[in-house]
Design a protein around this ligand. Structure first.
Ligand code: ATP
Ligand code: MG
Length: 562
């Protein structure tokens, strides 16, 4: 697989790397990693980190490892591992043979912990989790030293090996680094490095009952893999001294540099795995790949392209300050990519039957239509035209306002790529009074140009031939949340779910050529937006379409265009 590169962006992380290369730090190597924990599907925030880490590796001809950071058995699974592998690959990145699992380092990490104990840098503490917390102190007050802090090396080694053997209950002991209970940085107040957790691990099964904490496992995994620049999000800034403290004592020959950047926050979107899991588990969405989800798998199913996501990540760049990115920027990138690459077709979402009374009963004309208005390489297709067609229900109004340029009593409109038709009369539903069938006449002279008498036709509408179209289901997706910041703290985010985030239309009619459209393929439905053939619910000959994004101002643009 090729490595997509962006045109050498610059940012503060790349500035640091440029400096390091100039000064010969890390022997001129650049090695990054993307380290997801397999406890959920990755989302657009992770995609930012993927693009950053793999993008830097590609730009500096370095390497980027994919590492499953699986040191906490709770909630981790192979399903998540497989999804992460699939999603990173789909985003367009390649880690060669550098797929790693932190759980493969469990034995090594244990030995490193033993080494720390031997050096007098770690001790087994028998305080409960609550007591540890109480004695940690605050920003203004130093912590209290644990009464177990001065256990002998022998006693520590004995207790630690018995922790491993499973002699103690969860929480009975922890292994703590012996640093400084009075440090102004709370992270350095004898942080816990190992805890007892009798929980089977999806890879190591029952082999371990003690598990290393993130702070211990992550830095050592980085150093073991020869990572040079360990890029993570801002909340780990205070953990950097601990990162350095551990590596300095255990693998002083490989000292990766931790660099923090601001995590992505998107308006109208939740980007927290815990909350995304809640949406899935409570059935508030239809799974991780629900097209409304901000997960990579959801966006793929919705019809977003990897190119558009990479473009978005390049646009937003990286910074040191948290800020909220407008989700419409992501939608803009998707629209731009699809505008260029999606073939045009016609589909009527809410059909209204139109009979063209002066068109011969059995006649069918093939109308040659461009698949893309600007790109002739995308070719043309034949669209059948006949006496009975469907148009969009809202392209007709019985009592239209003055500025309405579509069909109504006494009005004419152009059918896209075809003729100008004129309203004559209609059949109404007796009960509701709603128009259920229009009768029109067409002007045979208008197929390839404006009316001969010079009269102006303002509107252009899409249509399909009743005899030649196929039924289709179309799902109109909207934002999953109806407020800008659904994730604000202290609030139940589920109350901000947009009740109208999905509208399913079951009686749509599409051009016949879409009958066997490949699942996952993209189209522009003229005047309506971009749509993707659903990969899950489409069965042969019966496509289901997901709306990816609506068109902006589509109507004005195509009017006057034949
Ligand atoms: P969450 O907070 O949603 O549970 P996480 O950060 O715990 O996510 P990890 O699997 O640990 O999830 O993340 C893997 C990598 O992706 C980390 O390097 C993390 O910093 C990065 N990452 C996660 N969320 C974002 C985000 N919103 N923006 C940028 N990077 C992110
Ligand atoms: Mg994390």
């Amino acid at each position: 697989m090729s490595q997509p590169t962006t045109s050498n962006p610059t940012d503060f992380i790349r500035d640091i790397i440029d400096d390091d290369l100039r000064t010969g730090k890390h022997e001129g190597r650049v090695a990054t990693r993307f380290p997801p924990e397999p406890n959920g599907y990755i989302h657009i925030g992770h995609a930012k980190s993927v693009c950053l880490n793999f993008g830097i590796a590609a730009q500096y001809k370095g390497t980027c490892n994919l590492r499953l950071d699986d040191t906490d058995p709770l909630g981790e699974s192979m399903e998540y591992v497989e999804s992460i592998i699939r999603d990173v690959r789909w985003l367009g990145f390649d880690w060669g043979d550098r797929l790693f699992y932190a759980s493969d380092y469990f034995e090594k990490l244990y030995q490193f912990a033993v080494e720390l104990i031997k050096k007098g840098n770690a001790y087994v503490c028998s305080l409960s989790a609550d007591e540890v917390r109480e004695q940690r102190g605050t920003f203004t007050e130093p912590g209290k030293e644990s009464p177990y802090r001065n256990r002998s090396v022998e006693e520590n080694l004995d207790l630690f090996s018995r922790m491993r053997k499973g002699e103690f209950a969860d929480g009975a002991h922890t292994l703590r680094a012996k640093i400084d209970m009075a440090s102004p940085n709370i992270v350095l107040r004898d942080p816990v490095l190992y805890r007892i957790k009798r929980e089977p691990h999806y890879r190591t099964a029952e082999k371990w009952v003690i598990y290393p904490m993130y702070d211990f496992a992550h830095c050592l995994s980085d150093a073991l893999e020869g990572i040079t620049h360990s890029i993570c999000t801002l909340e780990f800034e205070n953990n950097r001294p601990l990162y350095d403290w551990i590596v300095e004592r255990l693998i002083p020959t490989h000292r990766p540099q931790q660099i923090e950047f601001a995590r992505l926050s998107l308006s109208y979107t939740i980007l927290s795995k815990r909350r995304l899991i809640e949406l899935v588990e409570k059935g508030l969405v239809q799974g991780w790949d629900d097209p409304r989800m901000p997960t990579v798998t959801g966006m793929r199913r919705r019809g977003y392209t990897p190119e558009a996501i990479r473009k978005f990540c390049a646009e937003i760049g990286v910074a040191k300050n948290d800020n909220l990115i407008d989700v419409s920027l992501l939608e803009h990138c998707v629209r731009e990519d699809l505008n260029e690459n999606a073939p045009r077709v016609m589909c009527v979402l809410r059909p209204l039957k139109v009979v063209i009374d002066n068109y011969p009963e059995n006649k069918v004309e093939q109308i040659e239509s461009a698949n893309h208005p600007q790109n002739s390489d995308m070719g043309t297709r034949q669209v059948p035209f006949s006496r009975v067609i469907y148009i969009e229900r809202d392209d007709f109004m019985e009592n239209p306002p003055k500025k309405y340029h579509r069909l109504g009593p006494g009005r004419e409109v152009r059918l896209r790529n075809a003729y100008v038709i004129k309203f004559e009369n209609m059949v109404k539903d007796e009960k509701t009074g709603e128009a259920i069938e229009l009768h029109c006449t067409y002007d045979p002279a208008t197929r390839n140009g404006p009316p001969a008498d010079g009269r102006k036709i303002q509107g252009v509408i899409h249509w399909v031939s009743a005899e030649h179209c196929i039924p289709a289901q179309v799902r109109l997706y909207d934002r999953l949340f109806s407020v800008q910041d659904p994730g604000r703290e202290g609030d139940d985010f589920t109350k901000y779910l947009n009740p109208n985030s999905l509208e399913t239309l079951t009686t749509c009619y599409a051009e016949q050529r879409l009958k066997d459209a490949a699942p996952g393929s993209h189209y522009q439905f003229e005047r309506l937006g971009y749509f993707c053939v659903d990969t899950k619910d489409t069965v042969a000959g019966k496509p289901v379409f997901n709306r990816i994004v609506p068109l902006r101002d589509s109507w004005a643009k195509i009017a006057g265009d034949y």
